[in-house]
Design a protein around this ligand. Structure first.
Ligand SMILES: [Zn+2]
Length: 208
């Protein structure tokens, strides 16, 4: 029986240290972040983090230099409507990598209004990796998402204008600034070009 268990372990499990060394700092921090929000009464892996909340934290993390990624405006489903907010595509890519490694799981949820959103949590293996994340990756994440007054994790609330990190008890509300569309030119240029082309084509149509 002992031998059986051993061979099962060998066939599907990589040592946690090996997995950790395979991950980039961004991936380790992202996993740790999702893990902290998955904690219920000290137990990790019990709760899911909504996609929109995660998107907000990631942009805030890039701004605070916790994540070495880029972000740019993109049109996404936002609280039942379409909205242009800053999204880190590199962050999304790392999230997908963690899913490929089997450390993060995605849950697709439907609402009564027939729209869908994703939520992310840790797999059993993800929980193991979570507990072995080195201190140098824990600290910047804890600083990013904990209330400086009471130390509790921020709640992440997508309001109409932007996504906010809040601590109700301490009356703190921080804008993740996903709504601060600095690179707005990227979004507008293609639209403007399309309009321009239409204008140019008009006389041609009239002549026919
Ligand atoms: Zn607080």
């Amino acid at each position: 029986m002992d031998g059986k268990v051993k061979s099962m372990d060998l066939s599907r499990k990589e040592p946690v240290e090996e997995i950790i060394s395979k991950l980039t700092a961004e991936q380790r921090r992202l996993l740790y972040l999702i893990g902290l929000y998955s904690e219920v009464e000290g137990e990790v892996g019990k709760q899911w983090l909504k996609d929109l909340s995660l998107k907000g934290i990631l942009v805030k993390g890039v701004r605070e230099k916790v994540f070495d990624w880029d972000y740019a405006p993109a049109s996404i489903m936002y609280r039942n409507t379409r909205k242009v907010i800053n999204i880190s595509q590199e962050g999304q890519n790392d999230l997908n990598t963690l899913r490929t490694y089997g450390l993060i799981a995605r849950l697709r949820l439907g609402t009564s209004r027939h729209f869908y959103f994703n939520a992310y949590g840790l797999t059993a293996e993800g929980v193991e990796v979570f507990s072995a994340i080195p201190q140098e990756d824990r600290e910047p994440i804890e600083k990013l998402i904990s209330c400086p007054k009471c130390g509790k994790l921020y709640e992440v609330i997508p309001e109409e204008d932007s996504i906010y990190l809040t601590c109700e008890k301490c009356d703190i509300q921080i804008n993740t600034e996903v709504d601060d569309i600095e690179a707005v030119a990227y979004m507008c240029v293609p639209k403007w070009l399309r309009m321009k082309i239409e204008t140019v084509w008009k006389p041609v149509t009239r002549r026919e």
